[in-house]
Write a protein of this length. Structure first.
Lengths: 138, 333
């Protein structure tokens, strides 16, 4: 039985986690295993948690305006630690349109703007998971 | 089925496995995590993988931390981990949370309390969902624990919510079981009845900063005093304040004392053999179960028997004996 495992994190300094908790509940209700890691994490903590939990998706919500540093930092660390091939990074928060392209270029698979519904996120994860082929270990 | 252990010469034809095993041996967390996933998902060949790792295991001490929801188990695990990390111990943590029986999803939130451990290279934390499997979780958790043990962990802390039977089974499989309760747990006798208390080697009264804590400790000690003794081990009751980092060295000292007690017991080897026997039986039962499922799936007479039982021309008891006779051959290969 293979489950979709998703890590949700709220890095940076802002302390609002209502939005990400709503998403966590929606993903759980869609049958996924959601590892919620809490507020104010550093990129390194997010990446180490993603590695240990062996998740296929890492979702980050950033409202503080620090998205242009935090997302690329996480993408870079995933790569450095040899985990980028198995992990899709996605995110949301208050992100201006003109930054979306730059973030995708930096390795963020998908950026959700504030109008996105939880259904959109569930759909994105399901569709992306269906295209991911996991190299069999044994 | 990839049930049987493959001969080692097939290894070279599996470069991915080879490189993952090499990295695992070199202490790589990515490899460790991938192996746990293969085991947890019961992917094809996972038993082969476990068989390869088994020889490396046998060193870690497994400590189960269980208790009611919100008792402070994760916070305690965090504090214990900090303490052990300061002693340069290598540490595995497994945090088990329930899967929703309605959606199959799970919200695994224990890491929230353990954030600060994520960057420690000597600590590896894994969240597991119960996945509603019938008895399978205890087995998957134990296998994941064995993998952590084989990785070289000194101590493995396993957090489970002390409610369902499965969670109790997981805790029971640990070397030392700490049952956590809080002043809000109400009277100790009530807590005893929950079935949680019998499995404890150590009682931990957490949130001792709260009203009613001392009274509960006294009450619990007196209940324990009345209990019929089945072991020379004196069950300690330790007061902690995980939030304020109080009582943690005392809690660990009692775990260490329990470990020492176990290892000095004349019965220790016997207990070990008992555990090996249990493990062996579980593995055999699960193998047979899978083979029975597979044999019946392809069996015409199985479907016929169901129809006959429904029509009243035979009964399930006689049918089971006949079917068993028919599939017996396929259970042994
Ligand atoms: N007052 C007080 N609160 C505590 C103490 N230890 C933990 N808490 C609080 O209790 C709450 C639950 O703590 P957790 O560590 O998440 O408890 P848990 O048993 O792991 O919870 P579940 O995994 O959800 O069953 C948190 O708000 C903690 O801060 C303590 O010693 N005193
Ligand atoms: Mg917890």
């Amino acid at each position: 039985m293979e489950k979709i495992r998703v890590l949700l994190a709220k890095p940076g300094l802002d302390g609002h986690d209502r939005g990400i908790k709503v998403i966590a509940a929606a993903l759980r209700d869609a049958g996924m295993e959601v590892i919620y890691t809490g507020l104010r994490q550093t990129p390194e903590q997010v990446v180490n948690a993603a590695i240990q939990e062996d998740v296929r998706f890492v979702g980050m919500s950033i409202l503080s305006g620090a998205h242009m540093t935090l997302f690329p930092a996480v993408a870079k660390l995933l790569k450095e630690k040899g985990a980028d091939k198995n992990v899709h990074l996605f995110g949301g928060g208050i992100i201006p349109d003109q930054d979306v392209g730059k973030l995708t270029a930096a390795g963020v698979g998908k950026v959700f703007t504030p109008g996105a519904s939880t259904e959109d996120i569930v759909k994105y994860i399901r569709e992306t998971a269906a295209t991911m082929t996991d190299e069999p270990l044994v | 089925m990839t049930d049987a252990a493959s001969p080692p010469d097939t290894l070279k034809s599996r470069p991915i496995l080879m490189s993952v095993l090499d990295k695992f041996a070199a202490g790589d967390h990515v490899a460790l995590a991938r192996i746990i996933t293969a085991v947890e998902d019961r992917r094809n060949g996972y038993q082969d993988l476990l068989a390869r790792l088994y020889a490396r295991s046998g060193r870690a001490w497994r400590v189960g931390i269980t208790g009611p929801p919100g008792a402070g188990k994760s916070t305690l695990v965090f504090r214990l981990a900090e303490l052990l990390a300061a002693q340069a111990k290598k540490l595995g943590i497994i945090a088990v949370d329930p899967t929703s029986p309605f959606t199959g999803g799970a919200l695994l939130g224990d890491r929230i309390r353990m954030q600060d451990l994520s960057n420690n290279p000597n600590i590896f934390i894994r969240s597991m969902a119960t996945r509603g499997s019938t008895g399978g979780l205890a087995e998957a958790t134990r296998d994941a624990t064995m993998v952590l043990d084989a990785f070289g962990m000194d101590v493995i802390l396993i957090e489970t919510v002390g409610v369902g039977q499965v969670e109790l089974d997981i805790a029971r499989a640990c070397d030392t079981v700490v049952v956590v309760f809080v002043p809000e747990s109400g009277d100790a006798i009530q807590a005893m009845k929950a079935g949680l208390m019998e499995i404890a080697d150590i009682y931990c009264l957490n949130k001792a900063d709260r009203e009613g804590a001392e009274r509960l400790v006294v009450e619990l000690q007196s209940v324990l005093g009345l209990r019929k003794k089945t072991t020379p081990w004196e069950h300690p009751v330790i007061s902690t304040q995980a939030l304020n980092n109080k009582g943690i060295p005392e809690l660990w000292a009692s775990v260490a004392a329990h470990r020492e007690f176990c290892q000095n017991q004349a019965t220790f080897d016997h207990r070990r053999e008992q555990r090996i026997a249990d493990d062996l039986q579980t593995i055999i039962k699960n193998k047979i179960d899978r083979r029975v499922q597979a044999a019946l799936r392809d069996s015409e007479s199985y479907r016929n028997k169901i129809a006959e039982i429904a029509a009243g021309t035979t009964n399930p008891y006689a049918a089971a004996v006949e079917l068993l006779g028919e599939i017996a051959g396929s259970l042994a290969d």
